[in-house]
Design a protein around this ligand. Structure first.
Ligand code: FEO
Length: 386
């Protein structure tokens, strides 16, 4: 397989995972890429690697430029195995290869691979020389693991950002003008919503470094490389990490005999009357990672479920568990649902929403069927509260 030249002496040598459809429960309908980068200098350097399943593909692309055994330096920006999974293949070819990572990265690599490679622990702000070029390290802890860092190459104005600014998008196009920008941005938004969302403050701290450096390319570890639309992704990360929302509501529910769904549409009508953009997501047919993507810029999230055997329906409890872990901030909520006799589902939803940090503005419970008058009461109550 071929390497892709990005600049003189700088190559993409990663792998395209055309087939992956699930990444820890995050649906990836377009697959993904694991991006690794080769720098040909006095010290031959590999920035990150690929998931172990794609080791041969990475080695083949490196071999298009140079014998992989000649790699002198590996930079590990992140321990997670989709980026560190093929480091051992290079170490096998050249046991003296220097493996650079931050302290948490070295510890994490040892905990994953039980090996004492030729580690070089680096601190934030440290620079190493490769010959004509240099690499400058900036640790970015919890974006999104404790071991994350970014690596900047000033001579080429390239920021190797690892997971930050990435997208699960397996594509032939490698640069941001080689695939439609709306698709790239949708996948970047989905990536932020499902991977990065809990760490907005850490993202803002990591981004403090960016105005002070010249950037021609942001080489991510997933998806396309930012080159022509860098301000677009930086502005999106500014907005997302600030938890800025729009006049938008996401209504997510499951229903048994249609009462909860009717309540969902009464809520729809109230928000529509107030000029909100409304997104309806029946959890029977929408994946929770897609619903999270809808939520990233929504001011309100409304969740409903009937009571089934004293519980919420499983689609709803699964979604709420997932969302509680991601903890979207600065959002308001309404909760609703129907019941036949015991009716615990709505209080259960409220508890989850409050645990996730939502400001719950109202709760609506309905026994069995609902009349138009009762639907109007819900609608009017919401109109009073938003
Ligand atoms: Fe793409 Fe956190 O690994």
């Amino acid at each position: 397989m071929k390497a892709r030249k990005l600049k003189e002496g700088v190559y993409w040598v990663g792998a395209i995972d055309w087939q992956v459809r699930n990444f820890h429960g995050y649906s990836t309908p377009k697959g993904t890429t694991y991006n690794a980068y080769l720098i040909i200098d006095e010290k031959i350097t590999l920035i990150d690697s690929v998931k172990y399943t794609h080791t041969e593909e990475m080695l083949s692309r490196i071999s298009d430029v140079i014998n992989p055994a000649k790699i002198d330096v590996i930079i590990s920006n992140h321990v997670e195995p989709d980026h560190s999974g093929a480091i051992s293949a290079i170490v096998e070819l050249n046991p003296s290869v220097e493996v650079y990572a931050c302290a948490a990265g070295v510890k994490g690599l040892q905990e994953h691979y039980f090996e004492n490679w030729n580690f070089k622990s680096v601190k934030s702000g440290e620079t190493i020389s490769l010959g004509k070029r240099s690499l400058h390290f900036v640790t970015t802890p919890m974006v999104h693991w404790p071991d994350n860092m970014m690596t900047y190459m000033p001579e080429e104005k390239i920021l190797f950002s690892n997971d930050a600014f990435g997208q699960h998008l397996g594509s032939w196009g490698l640069l941001d003008d080689e695939e439609p920008l709306d698709i790239i941005m949708h996948e970047a938004k989905k990536y932020y919503a499902n991977i990065v969302l809990p760490y907005g403050k850490q993202v803002q701290k990591a981004m403090e470094v960016i105005p002070s450096i010249a950037i021609d390319m942001i080489c991510t570890s997933h998806g396309i490389i930012w080159k022509n639309h860098i301000p677009v992704i930086l502005e999106a990360y500014r907005k997302w990490s600030n938890n800025e929302t729009e006049k938008k509501v996401v209504i997510a529910w499951d229903s048994m005999w249609n009462t909860t769904e009717k309540m969902a549409y009464a809520i729809y009508e109230a928000f529509e009357l107030k000029g909100y953009r409304v997104v309806m997501r029946n959890l029977q047919v929408n994946h929770e990672s897609d619903v999270m993507t809808d939520i990233i810029d929504a001011e309100y999230v409304c969740v409903g479920s009937p009571t089934l055997n004293h519980e919420m329906m499983t689609n709803v409890i699964g979604f709420l568990t997932y969302m509680r872990g991601l903890k979207p901030k600065n959002r308001k909520a309404f909760v609703f649902g129907s019941y036949g006799w015991s009716g615990q589902s709505v209080e259960g939803i409220e508890t989850f929403m409050k645990d996730a940090g939502f400001d719950v503005k109202g709760m609506y419970k309905q026994k069995f069927k609902i009349s138009q008058q009762e639907l109007d009461t819900i609608k009017n109550d919401i109109l009073d509260k938003i």
